[in-house]
Ligand binder design. Structure first.
Ligand code: 13P
Length: 251
């Protein structure tokens, strides 16, 4: 059966020293509990190797927030999937709405990134989600379906089974405005149906679909109680070990 997962996305926050401190705090806090979910932190590239050195990855998975859409070569400033993997990280967030919105990521570049991540044995956490206008004009289900079809449906069933999905309605990210648990459940159930139609019910049932967008200790329990919500991708609330643990222990 699919995994329950709580993953932090630190975004462009924390200096290296602050980040190593935060990772140590989360690692320490996890020693005292037996979480009912996998716990992951996705951190800036600069932080990956030093954090890999100080955490127990059996209890706390480590990931990057992006990787390049080329394997190697003359792409100044880019960081490849192989480089990410060489730090000891095993996850990578791909297609976050902030990357789609501010850095022009398209489904075509995302297909390349997913392929390179998988080649390097990184587990992609693939993000999808509609903007407010699409929520309000009622096209949100179609928008998310298209993002999944264009970004992922070129994969074999075997490769698709390695993907974690994260539904993050853009209007709920960093706004304090969470999707209601019913809104999240509606979308997650729909996403699972879309996957089942392409890859069959077993693959769909085994796919973890996380919710992201102003998820915090106070609303995590209700969200995670929904049958198709398999955990969370946490931004702001993952920057404090105590609040992040408050979400981890919501399972
Ligand atoms: P917030 O939890 O800060 O709304 O961010 C969600 C997110 O974008 C995680 O990837």
């Amino acid at each position: 059966m699919r995994k329950k997962i709580v993953a932090g996305n630190w975004k462009m926050n924390t200096t290296l020293q602050e980040g190593v401190g935060l990772a140590k705090d989360v690692n320490e806090a996890l020693k005292g509990v037996t979480p009912q979910c996998d716990v992951i932190i996705a951190v800036p590239f600069t932080h990956l190797a030093p954090i890999a050195d100080v955490i127990d990855q059996q209890k706390l998975g480590l990931g990057a927030e992006n990787c390049a859409d080329h394997a190697k070569g003359a792409y100044t400033g880019e960081v490849s999937a192989a480089m990410v993997a060489s730090t000891g990280a095993t996850y990578v967030i791909l297609g976050h709405s902030e990357r789609r919105q501010y850095y022009g990521e398209t489904s075509a570049t995302l297909r390349d990134k997913v392929a390179l991540a998988l080649e390097n044995r990184l587990t992609p956490i693939f993000c999808i989600g509609e903007v407010l206008e699409e929520r309000e004009n009622g096209t949100y289900l179609d928008v998310v379906k298209t993002q999944i079809e264009e970004g992922l449906f070129n994969l074999s069933a075997d490769d698709f089974s390695k993907i974690i999905l994260a539904y993050e309605p853009v209007w709920a990210i960093g706004t304090g405005k969470t999707a209601t648990d019913d809104q999240a459940e509606e979308m997650h159930a729909y996403i699972r149906k879309v996957i089942a139609e392409k890859y069959g019910q077993e693959v769909a049932d085994n796919t973890s679909i996380l919710y992201g967008g102003s998820c915090k200790p106070s609303n995590a329990k209700a969200l995670f109680a929904k049958p198709n919500v398999d955990g969370g991708l946490i931004g702001g609330a993952s920057l404090d070990a105590q609040s992040f643990m408050g979400i981890v222990t919501a399972f």
